[in-house]
Design a protein around this ligand. Structure first.
Ligand code: NAD
Ligand code: UDP
Length: 323
């Protein structure tokens, strides 16, 4: 029988999603090893956990050989998620998903730990099927600027399933759709943080393309609840399973809502479209509803207000000392 030590390794734990996950795991009484190279994450996201005897931070790149450790859960969230960040060093992005995932799967294999893979709706590419369910195999441009991320994540899924079939590693693969909330990096270029930061600075919002492309936006607390429900389930299987909010909005609608909820009156400008930008995206979450009884509870209105509040406070504070 597996001895339960309640130790979790969270790779990418200093990032937006990873830091919220570290908080929840510590609340649940686990000992958390947060491993991160701080490429797109920020030490300030986890600063409040430093000094907690259940928390350790390891500054490390998952592409490099990992320190030896025995854990019960390995959570792989290490990878920049915003298009400008993952395209800045595309070879490293691909290696993070392939070599990094293999290194982390080896930790799970030797520890006999359960392995969580943060995959993405990007595995569906620019989808011809709408909404996207898990059986859809996607439409990715393998040679475009998004391929380092999309194909890296697809390869990571394949590695997870091969470690499962060949070595019996217990895996949980989640396909995450656009998620937003407090602790997004104001500079990382994702649409919700860009729009809110610009609105608070009284600058025009910038839409890439005509703004008719759609996304579905999930509030971070809903997503983390889904992560935990899936990781702890012994009956829901390996996935892949979609987690996201099925509410679908055009980017122009999002821009208008941000201005309305923020009480801001500034212009909305259109810039050239980003290459290979997916045109429609909405998760079919029937599987998560059926297997986990999970669905998002926080509508866009409430989530955006909380995110505005976070950025308002963060922007009013002097910059914190870097780690
Ligand atoms: P993020 O950029 O805030 O967090 C990623 C974290 O991984 C950062 O702390 C970064 O420093 C770290 N990291 C990156 N490369 C690393 C490496 N080689 N070694 C060690 N650490 C490394 O992004 P996020 O939104 O928190 O996303 C977390 C995970 O969820 C990512 O794997 C992302 O692909 C996935 N995801 C997120 C979303 C979303 O909407 N937020 C959507 C789909 C998938
Ligand atoms: N986008 C935009 N303005 C911005 C940032 C993004 O119009 O300031 C668009 C982007 O082209 C895409 C959508 O918003 O169509 C979502 O972009 P994001 O980078 O948040 O995530 P993606 O889903 O593309 O990975």
């Amino acid at each position: 029988m597996r001895v339960v030590k309640n130790r979790a390794l969270v790779a990418g734990g200093a990032g937006f999603l990873g830091s919220h996950l570290c908080d929840r795991l510590i609340e649940q009484g686990l000992e958390v090893f947060c491993l991160d190279n701080l490429l797109s994450g920020r030490f300030q996201n986890i600063q409040h956990l430093v000094g907690n005897p259940k928390f350790s931070f390891i500054e490390h790149d998952v592409c490099d050989p990992l320190p030896e450790m025995e854990v019960d859960e390995v959570w792989n969230l290490a990878c920049p998620a915003s298009p400008p960040r993952y395209q800045a060093n595309p070879v490293h992005t691909m290696m993070t998903s392939v070599v990094g995932t293999r290194n982390l799967l080896d930790v799970a294999r030797t520890s006999r730990a359960r392995f969580f893979q943060a995959s993405t709706s990007e595995v569906y590419g620019d989808p011809e099927m709408h909404p996207q369910h898990e059986g859809y195999r996607g439409c990715v441009n393998t040679v475009g600027p998004r391929a380092c991320y999309d194909e890296g994540k697809r390869a990571a899924e394949a590695l997870c399933f091969d470690y499962h079939r060949c070595f019996g590693v217990e895996i949980r693969v989640v396909r995450i759709f656009n998620t937003y909330g407090p602790r997004m990096d104001p500079d990382d270029g994702r649409v919700v943080s860009n729009f809110i930061v610009k609105a608070l600075n009284g600058q025009p919002l910038e839409i890439y393309g005509d703004g008719e492309q759609t996304r579905s936006f999930c509030y971070v607390d809903d997503l983390i609840a889904g992560f935990l429900a899936f990781m702890r389930s012994d009956t829901a299987g390996t996935g892949p399973i979609n987690l996201g909010n099925p509410g679908e909005f055009t980017i122009r609608e999002l821009a208008e809502l941000v201005l309305e909820y923020g009480g801001v009156d500034t212009a909305i400008n259109c810039l050239p479209a980003a290459p290979d930008d997916p045109q429609r995206r909405r998760p079919d979450i029937s599987l998560a509803k059926g297997e986990l009884g999970w669905e998002p509870a926080i509508p866009l209105h409430g989530g955006l207000l909380r995110t505005f509040e976070y950025f308002r406070t963060a922007m009013a504070q002097p910059a914190r000392k870097a780690h």
